[in-house]
Design a protein around this ligand. Sequence first.
Ligand code: IMP
Length: 499
Amino acid sequence: MAYYYLEPSRTFSEFLLLPNLTKKDCTPANVSLKTPIVKFKRGEKPAVSLNIPFASAVMQSVSDHNMAVALARCGGISFIFGSQPVEEQAAMVRKAKSYKAGFVVSRSNLTPAHTLKDVLNLKDETGHSTVAITDDGTPKGKLLGIVTSRDYRVSRDSLDKPVQQFMTPFASLVYGKSGISLSEANDLIWEHKLNCLPIVDERQNLEFLVFRKDYDAHKENPQELLDMNKSYIVGAGINTKDYEERVPALVAAGVDVLVIDSSDGFSEWQHETLQYVKSNFDVKIGAGNVVDREGFQYLVGAGADFIKVGVGGGSICITREQKGIGRGQASALIEVAEARNQYYEETGIYIPICSDGGIVHDYHITLALAMGADFVMMGRYFARFDESPTRKLKVGNNFVKEFWGEGSNRARNWQRYDTGGKQDLVFEEGVDSYVPYAGSLQENLDKTNSKIKSTMCNCGAKTIEELQHKARITIVSATSIVEGGAHDVILKENNMSAE
Ligand code: IMP
């Protein structure tokens, strides 16, 4: 007879944290979000920790080398997507590992059809006086020119003057080529008395800007995640089919942490993959996804350095409606965390857990950490930012970014859903979608981190470990969920005014 779980399977939105006593020294400035990502023995330090508990998802529409650099700079890790040829993925890892601070993704971008008024508005909004002019107005579009305050005179020029007429065109720009080192870039800056040097690839697409100012990157990015050689820590996703070819190439490219990317990790294929990696390489590797104690124990037994939790909760995921398989993310996490804690007590080995998918609000991250996750993996969250690899488009009056699931026809990542040798997707487990464009990664992460730290202070916790020990978590009733948002008031809209 089938086994029944009679407790409903729950999601994050059904829980809230209760405040604990907050001591006077428990302020957001004193909170550390440092967290382990690979297993370690009691009393020892993990070989790799994150400075903020975030990983970007193993997805084509989320994690490439640019996202890897941007997120590592803020203290988290990206797992560069594996649903691409081995050499291309290894090249992305190499690019991220060889990247040196000082190269920034352009934050202020317009097209030649914009006007002086748009330039001034953008300057007001961002505070940046250098605007990159690209064919599509994105930070990675084809570079057509640069506008700085030396290119226009507000007192004389018409506000409707098109950028095309006053930008410094590409043909007159000094630029660096993809792969240039920071010291070479600085030499060009000094030699030509520039304030800013654009770096472009072989197709004239903008990659980065390097600014003249004395660049002390570590001071600007105190949280950045570096290895012993001062390169960023980089992760990559693998599958259970071509690992004998993929893993050596990724290791040679310098990858720090691997993860087996699968919608269902409780399989003998994952066991084999883990054993192969562990017996041939000295590289850290996580496995998953699982949703219960048995899955956790199986993959830990096979040698996994961390375990990823979650089936069916991702924003683009339709696994549950297509196949009827999965578990509410909170229920899955709570059970796996219990198994992990028991394993730690029995063996003295701590296995970090990653809660993967289903984060909708920032407070869900804090709940996941409180429930025992050491870090969270997110797709939708990161897809919204400038640094994600997809196009920014205007739909109606809103800017959006493209975002598609690995199980969609667009990604065709059949290895992720493999159930034994099939070479193509028979049906989709993910959708192709848009997400609202939200600006730069760093600004959004800063806000999210402030919220997490503030909630941790409410719970009287200065570290994630302390939060996990002290958290008091309540289930909320369907009725009280209504009370959680603004209610019983008339919200003011912009065009409303009282007489
Ligand atoms: P999100 O943060 O809610 O967008 O979820 C991201 C997670 O969804 C990823 O880390 C994957 O575990 C999962 N995922 C990615 N692509 C698909 C898909 O096509 N179908 C189902 N799940 C997916």
